[in-house]
Design a protein around this ligand. Structure first.
Ligand SMILES: C[S@@+](CC[C@H](N)C(=O)[O-])C[C@H]1O[C@@H](n2cnc3c(N)ncnc32)[C@H](O)[C@@H]1O
Length: 371
């Protein structure tokens, strides 16, 4: 080949990726994946690759093929965890211990470990139905030894899942090996230096933010901001003119302050101590609002919520511009539905999503202010 002639780029490898998302948010995560990696992805049924498009909600999983740098995927903000998936056409997991398959599993692990500097992965966990069977014990021991990692039964840096291939046809036999792409779930945010009881999961918060259609002209308000999760996720979603948080509890605000600083968002965020029922803001001054309202379990009580919620909806309507979006997450489903159905409600429901969150099933409401 002549010296200066460009090389024909080798065909990029196709990876199969499974994204764990909070149940109910598969469509939001699919939209994020498509938005960031349109050219490089194909979505599949969660059941069988290549058969059908699965952009509907399918039990908290999004499956796609991807042919770009894997490290780019770590930018995804609405997913809980990402896994590199490989299907093995074997009848029993014992076959994974055979030379060829074991070599492939090791190659799968090497692909993930190559994304990080040496020393990041110290522990390994194998997650499988029957993980204490002799086959799984051998697999775990072999992999831990060859990788130089300590076996952990709890949270570990290298998480490997082994499961029978989910199938819709009787002849779909096989086993899947999934290797998590990051030492911690992606939803675990590095900026969270202050933990706050009742804080919202980072990826779920990001999904709620995206549902308010963020744009750089936003004056964004987070009512009952707690430790700052939604404000920080708003900042991570792209520039805004202003990001304002209001909470009644000084301890929550002190926690938010620490997290905002750790996120490097201090210059973008203004925190106010105030009551969501009497916001320290002028009429028609904001165009995107979010609120993770007290569910009435860990934070607040149902009786308090019956008084609080209508006043917050009213006050949010006062400060909102016409057509402003208001994203709410709450477990007070019946109460919210009653309030939103009222004739004098200033908000129109654009979307309702039922989400699974730590065993609870709160709803996300995306509202738009009536003109
Ligand atoms: C579920 S927590 C929010 C957690 C937050 N999303 C986070 O990730 O940390 C609810 C918050 O509502 C606040 N709150 C309760 N009543 C309020 C009111 N009347 N006005 C403003 N904030 C209020 C509480 O102090 C608490 O921080």
């Amino acid at each position: 080949m002549a010296k200066n002639q460009p090389r024909t780029p080798s065909r990029p490898q196709t990876y199969y990726i499974e994204a764990d998302v909070a149940e109910g948010l598969a469509a939001v995560s699919t939209a994020e994946i498509r938005f960031r990696f349109q050219k490089f992805v194909n979505f599949y049924s969660t059941i069988k690759p290549g058969k059908e498009d699965a952009t509907d909600d399918a039990g908290g999983v999004v499956l796609f093929s991807y042919d770009n740098a894997l490290s780019e995927l770590l930018k995804l903000q609405t997913v809980q965890s990402l896994y590199l998936l490989q299907r093995y056409p074997i009848a029993r997991p014992k076959a994974l211990l055979g030379d060829e398959h074991l070599r492939n599993v090791r190659a799968q692990i090497a692909t993930v470990r190559a994304l990080y500097p040496d020393g990041v992965f110290k522990t390994l966990r194998l997650n499988a139905a029957g993980s204490d069977s002799s086959v799984m014990m051998r697999l775990k021991t072999e992999l831990a030894e060859s990788e130089g990692l300590a076996i952990s039964e709890d949270e570990a840096d290298l998480l490997i899942r082994v499961r029978p291939t989910p199938s819709i046809h009787e002849d779909d036999i096989g086993w899947d090996v999934l290797v998590r792409l990051s030492p911690r779930p992606l939803a675990t945010r590095a900026w969270r230096v202050c933990n706050f009881e009742g804080a919202l999961n980072g990826a779920v918060a990001h999904a709620l933010v995206r549902l308010t259609h963020p744009n750089p002209r936003d004056v964004y308000l987070n009512i009952a901001c707690g430790s700052g999760t939604l404000m920080i996720e708003r900042q991570l979603a792209g520039p805004a003119r202003q990001i304002i948080g209001v909470d009644i509890d000084p301890a929550a605000l002190a926690c938010a302050q620490q997290n905002v600083i750790a996120a490097g968002a201090k210059q973008h965020v203004t925190l106010h101590r105030g009551d969501g029922r009497a916001l320290p803001l002028p009429d028609h001054s904001v165009n995107a609002i979010t609120a993770d309202l007290p569910f009435g379990h860990l934070v607040g009580s149902h009786a308090e919520n019956v008084r609080l919620y209508p006043l917050i909806l009213q006050e949010a309507a006062r400060v909102a511009r016409p057509h402003a979006f208001f994203g709410i997450i709450t477990h007070e489903v019946r109460l919210m539905e009653q309030l939103l159905a009222a004739e004098d409600c200033a908000w129109t429901v654009e979307k309702t999503l039922k989400v699974e969150l730590g065993g609870l099933h709160p709803r996300m409401y995306v509202l738009q202010k009536n003109p």
